[in-house]
Design a protein around this ligand. Structure first.
Ligand code: G3P
Length: 217
């Protein structure tokens, strides 16, 4: 499973890219607003760190999406144009596929939306699991249904698990065979941690101190 970071913070991307585990970044207008930095330099800085950076169009009509998406794609070959799951968005996905511009469909909340986006030509679909959990549904069930449906067909569209809220979501996404998880920075920082690892390492180091005293030099 590929690991992406869901952020518009370049420092956070650089930090986790340094672990050697980061395959991409997803941004959205809310994350960009939170950082308060200029969009284009942010995207370009991230493109130097990872091979896939999703940049979301804010136009809601096909012509506007086409114009914005083509501009984003011209910035850097690592840019993936993020398009909302609407009828206008489907037209844009179809157009971008014909131009070999990579796309990610955002705000996917049903299997039918996932199928439509894949058929229109999306390279990635982003079902939002946390937001389904928020309204009392089981977001991970949607991932299971989409991955199951994908097993019958030959879509080349990757299933990206978005709106991840905790480390368990990442493990569940992997167990279901999702292609990508996009993970917020604070959740990413929790992934390497385990109490038994800390306890085990402390014991190894203490024992080594005792062992060293017995070594002949
Ligand atoms: O980037 C899209 C998605 O991951 C947003 O997550 O936490 O705002 O529901 P969230």
């Amino acid at each position: 499973m590929k690991l992406f970071m869901d952020t518009a913070n370049v420092d956070h991307v650089a930090e986790v890219a340094g672990w050697g585990v980061l395959d991409g970044v997803t941004t959205n207008p809310s994350l960009v607003a939170k950082e308060g930095k200029e969009f284009k330099p942010t995207v370009l800085a991230m493109c130097k760190l990872v091979p896939s950076v999703s940049a979301q169009v804010t136009a809601t009509d096909f012509e506007g999406m086409k114009k914005q998406g083509e501009e984003y794609a011209s910035w850097h070959k690592h840019v993936v144009v993020k398009v909302p799951m609407t009828v206008e968005g489907l037209k844009a996905l179809h157009y971008f596929r014909s131009k070999n511009i990579r796309t990610n469909t955002t705000l996917v909340f049903s299997v039918n939306q996932a199928i439509l986006a894949a058929k229109a030509g999306a390279n990635i679909i982003s079902p939002f699991i946390g937001r389904l959990d928020d309204i009392g549904e089981e977001g991970m069930d949607l991932i299971a249904e989409i991955v199951h449906a994908w097993s019958f067909y030959k879509f080349d569209t990757e299933v990206l698990v978005a709106s991840i809220r905790h480390p368990r979501h990442v493990a569940q996404a992997a167990a279901l065979g999702a292609h990508i998880s996009t993970i917020p920075y604070d959740v990413f920082k929790k992934l390497p941690q385990h109490t038994l690892t800390d306890v085990g390492l402390k014991k190894f180091l203490e024992d080594w101190e005792r062992a060293k005293k017995l070594q002949v030099v």
